[in-house]
Structure formats: C-alpha cells, structure tokens
Design a protein around this ligand. Structure first.
Ligand SMILES: CCC/C=C/C(=O)SCCNC(=O)CCNC(=O)[C@H](O)C(C)(C)COP(=O)([O-])OP(=O)([O-])OC[C@H]1O[C@@H](n2cnc3c(N)ncnc32)[C@H](O)[C@@H]1OP(=O)([O-])[O-]
Ligand SMILES: NC(=O)C1=CN([C@@H]2O[C@H](COP(=O)(O)OP(=O)(O)OC[C@H]3O[C@@H](n4cnc5c(N)ncnc54)[C@H](OP(=O)(O)O)[C@@H]3O)[C@@H](O)[C@H]2O)C=CC1
Length: 278
C-alpha cells in the first residue's frame, strides 16, 4: 500500500515492531522502514523472522531481527539491549505480537487462559517497560503503539483475549499519564477483522460472517492498520496520548464478530413478571 506520508518521516529513528515477522507487524515494519526508520523485529519463530528480514532488506531497510518470546522477561531484556547495540536508541515501539484462539468462557482451561493473558497482557507490559527504561525515558522521547482488538462491547467467543486487551487498553491510559513527563506518548490501535496470516488460520465462514456484520461490509488490510500506526508514531501525533483508535469499518458500534449461542434465555423470576403486568 503506498504511503500518504513524507518519505523521510522517520529518518534517523529506530522502531521496534514485535511480531514483525508476519501480518500487521510486517506491514508496519515495511511502512516505517520505507519512511526511513531502522527496524527491529522479534517473534518466536526464527525462520519466519529471517524471511521477513530478507524481504525488508530487499526494500533497502536496515533491519535487526531476533527470536524473542515476549512472555519471557529475560528474552525481552536481551532483545531490547541487542537493539540498542545493533541499531541505536529506539524512539518507536509497536506492541503488535499477540494472539489467541476461539473458545467459550465455560470451557477454556486454566492453561489456555494463562497462555493468552501472558501473551497479550504480560508480554506487552514486559516489552514496554524494558524499552521505556533502556531507550525512551533516558532519551526523553518515545512513541508506543499497542495493537489490541475491538473489545468495546466485550469479546464474546474469546473471553481471555478480551480481558487481556482491555488490560492493555487501561495500561495505555496509565502509561500515557505517568510518562508524559518523559515525552513518551502511548496509544492503542484496535483493529476490526483484518485479512492476515493470523486470520487465515480462522475458519473462512467466521471471517465471512465478520465481513457481513461489519458496517462497511469488508475486512480490513494490514496496510491500512500500518498507516494508522505510522501516524501515531509520527510527530503529527505529538499531542495525542492515552487514546484507543478503532480501525474496523464501524464494527465496534454495530454487528458481532462471532455468533454466540442462539438459545432462549430462561424465564424471568416471578417478581419481574408481576412488575411487567403493572
Ligand atoms: C475478531 C478478531 C480476530 C482476531 C484475529 C487475530 O488475533 S489474528 C492473530 C492470530 N494469531 C495467533 O493467534 C497466533 C498466536 N497465538 C498463539 O501462539 C497461541 O494460540 C497462544 C499464544 C495463544 C497459546 O500458545 P502457547 O504456545 O502458549 O500454548 P500451549 O501450546 O502451551 O497451550 C497452552 C494452553 O492453551 C490452549 N490452547 C492453545 N492453543 C489452542 C488452540 N488453538 N485451541 C484451543 N486451545 C488452545 C490449550 O488449552 C493449552 O492448555 P492445555 O490443553 O494444555 O490444558
Ligand atoms: N488480524 C486481525 O483481524 C486482528 C489482529 N489483531 C492482533 O493484531 C496482532 C497481529 O496479528 P496478525 O498480523 O493478524 O496475525 P499474525 O499471527 O500474523 O501475527 C502475530 C505475530 O505475533 C507474533 N507473536 C505471537 N506471540 C508471540 C510471542 N509470545 N512473542 C513474540 N512474538 C509473538 C507471531 O510470531 P511467532 O509466531 O513467530 O511468535 C506473529 O508474527 C496480534 O496481536 C493480533 O491478535 C487484533 C485484532 C484483529
């Protein structure tokens, strides 16, 4: 997707994109890199990262890629230090790594719940704290963009990720306030359903349902999300902090992503039926 931004917008800056090996993360890394930033990407799978790094390098982008599971604080600390050594001080962090699986609330196992909360909430905090302490706070300059999800009306069908992303949304507000003094702005982006390698793993009928239930009647693209992230990471957004930006074709206002059980609700208690007669 061609960028609407000036070619040298991020010249001389270093941007870290977690989960930059695929999907929205790779699109964001490409966008920021083509606008002049040096790019650091991480993910759990080294082969995927190597392929992404090759793609970025072919576009003339200076890139550092290394395996790092954001759930493991030691790996995060090592990655964040390596970025400083290889590329310099980072002024942009895009917390994009994450994911979950569809489940009902009553059947999710304790391990499944923990896996998703650790991935999306703990991992995002570990990375943010580490980058802020080593890069942004000492330099008194930073932009953090957290990729969450459309959790405005809860997240039926994925209770674990809904809770974790709501946690990140709240964290976004807290850090925006605490770190304003350091010139570190913190915002979140909430994509609706976006066509990526991630959603390709979901049943096609679920994606088609999401398309139908989106007011704009289409799925989004990773490139569109990347443009919004680039804006929030840029100086044009200097006075913007603590805000969640929806990019979802209106889906946070109307429609549902997943069909919930279509069972009859139980009858109301007698007192409610009595009151209804009055
Ligand atoms: C509308 C919005 C659309 C959003 C789209 C996107 O986000 S696109 C992006 C989409 N991209 C992604 O989501 C990719 C990123 N997602 C992932 O890497 C993983 O799904 C994970 C990090 C959430 C868990 O990984 P991990 O390595 O930590 O997991 P583990 O192997 O150690 O298992 C721990 C427990 O988790 C459970 N469990 C795990 N998987 C499934 C499943 N498929 N099915 C059922 N259950 C599953 C299982 O219960 C197990 O407990 P058990 O049975 O032992 O008691
Ligand atoms: N596509 C969509 O419709 C929506 C996506 N999102 C969110 O946007 C983000 C990007 O998703 P998308 O591009 O669609 O899907 P992808 O599955 O392509 O991207 C997820 C990326 O995160 C990385 N990742 C996952 N867990 C970890 C971890 N513990 N440590 C490091 N890296 C990790 C993955 O790499 P690896 O497997 O190598 O670790 C992968 O590159 C995710 O957080 C997703 O949940 C939110 C709403 C909607």
């Amino acid at each position: 997707m061609p960028s609407i931004f000036r070619k040298d917008l991020f010249q001389g800056q270093v941007a870290i994109v977690t989960g930059g090996g695929s999907g929205i993360g790779l699109a964001t890394a490409t966008t920021l890199g083509e606008l002049g930033a040096k790019i650091a990407i991480c993910g759990r799978k080294k082969e995927k990262l190597d392929a992404a790094a090759e793609t970025l390098a072919k576009r003339g982008i200076e890139v550092f890629a290394d395996a790092c599971d954001i759930r493991e604080m030691e790996q995060v600390t090592a990655f964040v230090a390596a970025v400083k050594e290889k590329l310099g001080t980072a002024s942009v962090l895009v917390n994009n790594a994450g994911g979950q699986f569809p489940t009902t609330a009553e059947t999710v196992s304790a391990r499944g719940w923990e896996a998703v909360v650790r991935n999306n909430l703990n991992g995002t905090f570990f990375m943010t704290q580490s980058v802020a302490n080593l890069h942004m706070i000492p330099a008194k300059r930073g932009r953090v963009v957290n990729v969450i999800a459309n959790v405005a009306r809860g997240f039926p069908g994925m209770v674990h990720t809904g809770a974790a992303r709501a946690g990140v949304e709240n964290m976004t507000k807290t850090l925006a306030i605490e770190w304003a003094q350091y010139n570190v702005q913190v915002n979140a982006v909430a994509p609706g359903v976006i066509r990526t390698s991630g959603t390709d793993q979901y049943p096609p009928e679920l994606l088609e349902l999401s398309r139908e239930r989106t007011p704009m009647k289409r799925l989004g693209t990773a490139g569109e999300v990347a443009q919004l992230i680039a804006y929030l990471a840029s100086d044009a957004a200097f006075f913007v902090t603590g805000v969640t930006w929806y990019i979802d074709g209106g889906a946070h206002l109307w429609g549902d992503n997943w069909i919930i059980a279509d069972a009859e609700p139980p009858p109301p208690p007698a007192i409610v039926a009595e009151l209804a007669k009055e």
